[in-house]
Design a protein around this ligand. Structure first.
Ligand SMILES: Nc1ncnc2c1ncn2[C@@H]1O[C@H](COP(=O)(O)OP(=O)(O)OP(=O)(O)O)[C@@H](O)[C@H]1O
Ligand SMILES: [Mg+2]
Length: 405
């Protein structure tokens, strides 16, 4: 009998994972609070449950598991909800992400303390309880810091202190984005940034996902960090790439992730590798669903699904078969209300373009930087060289017209 997989989140990126699971012959249950979630259209069963409500989803999963069909494994795609995965695992007695690992993964302060204890290199960091405390740190150590909410996501409230004029306001802005009202600072480490994504199989960490993050708008959007895409394969020297993979494995072990997936935000500063964050989930932004398979030929999502179901993919299956050039770029219209959208088909027709995803809809509000990613569309292009792939991506972006007012 086919095994049953629960996929938490039915968003557009998660729908790719639903499709992959269906191709693998699995029975797929998808959970989301939005009855219109795209994943529901292709899944076998739907659970209406809040992705960010661990007990809500766990209760719905348990009802399904006992009354309808046994669930054999659970994954969460393109949503940052490890606590929900852990709650389902605990409730159904499944192997996989534990409550303790999920708690560490959702709390940047607890995570960094754990990393420091385990010898995983991290930037200097400290909790900041009041604006006065922030001012004391700045008086003592200068402004070369990043302030951030301890438990938010999507870069919301993350700011570079060298680029803010009012420290009190920066503190309040970071705090406003923390559900638990907690804030921290970290040394700002300039240098190339990398997104990494791994599948951990019985404690062995394989990292086929490796992308240079593109931050060409760092100054334009300062004090906020807005990534506008990524380049695969990485241009970093092999020795650094090897070290990044080693550090990623140490970080996964420090969080206690022995089976599952982890997604790293890594910075290389003066030749040394540091972990900014390790998320205990599958990535969003089409990284695991599209970029990694196009770049390496590794069926990342398929391997992650099998691990969740208690199976062990082989080292060969998790090792890149090749390194094709893939470029991802986002379109960032001016902040405002979206009043016209066109050019999607023209962008898709550009040679080398493999995906154009227009996420903005008429009437949507494109926010200013600092709150939410101000993107409206994403393009993926491939080519025989990085330059050719990049030219295709840029040509596709130029075809897209997303007007805001
Ligand atoms: N100490 C640091 N040094 C250099 N860059 C940093 C540092 N901290 C954060 N950044 C930059 O800011 C981005 C967002 O920070 P962080 O990952 O902590 O927040 P987040 O809310 O989890 O954002 P995201 O979902 O984009 O990863 C990082 O991906 C990185 O580019
Ligand atoms: Mg992050």
């Amino acid at each position: 009998m086919a095994k049953t997989l629960l996929i938490i989140s039915g968003g557009v990126e998660a729908a790719d994972a639903v499709k992959r699971a269906k191709e693998m012959g699995l029975d797929v249950v998808c959970s989301d609070i939005n009855p219109e979630a795209p994943g529901f259209a292709i899944a076998d069963s739907a659970l209406i449950a809040d992705v960010y409500g661990p007990s809500d989803t766990a209760a719905a999963a348990e009802r399904f598991h006992t009354k309808i069909r046994k669930i054999d494994g659970v994954i969460c795609v393109a949503a940052d909800a490890p606590l929900t995965v852990a709650a389902v695992n605990t409730r159904l007695g499944l192997k996989g992400l534990s409550q303790r690992s999920a708690e560490l993964a959702c709390d940047k302060l607890a995570m960094k303390m754990r990393f420091a204890e385990c010898g995983v290199p991290v930037p200097w960091f400290s909790a900041v309880n009041t604006a006065q405390e922030l001012m004391r740190i700045v008086a003592e150590k200068g402004r070369d810091f990043v302030i951030k909410p301890v438990d938010s996501r999507g870069s919301r409230g993350v700011q570079r202190l060298t680029h803010v004029s009012d420290l009190g306001k920066a503190f309040l802005f970071a705090r406003q984005h923390s559900p638990t009202q907690r804030v921290m600072v970290e040394a700002y480490l300039p240098g190339p940034q990398v997104s990494t994504e791994s599948v951990v199989v019985d404690g062995v960490c394989y990292t086929p996902g490796f992308s240079d993050r593109n931050y060409e708008f760092l100054d334009k959007y300062a004090p906020y960090f807005i990534e506008n895409g990524g380049d695969l394969p990485s241009h970093l020297p092999q020795t650094i790439q090897d070290r990044i993979k080693e550090v990623q494995g140490m970080a996964a072990a420090a969080l206690g992730v022995t089976r599952g997936t982890v997604k790293g935000d890594i910075v290389v500063h003066e030749g040394q590798v540091y972990v900014i964050e390790l998320a205990a989930r599958l990535s969003g932004g089409f990284f695991c669903t599209r970029e990694i398979p196009l770049n390496t030929g590794v069926d990342f999502v398929g391997c992650a699904i099998r691990v969740a179901l208690g199976e062990n993919p082989t080292a060969e299956e998790l090792t890149p078969k090749y390194q094709k050039h893939v470029i991802q770029r986002y379109a960032f219209p001016k902040a405002g209300k979206v009043v016209a959208i066109s050019g999607g088909d023209a962008a898709r027709a550009v040679e080398g373009v493999v995906e154009v995803n227009v996420t903005a809809k008429l009437g949507d509000i494109i926010p200013g930087a600092g709150d939410k990613r101000p993107s409206a569309a994403m393009v993926l292009a491939m080519g025989p060289t990085r330059e050719v792939a990049l030219a295709s991506a840029e040509k596709a972006l130029a075809q897209l017209r997303i007007e805001t007012r």
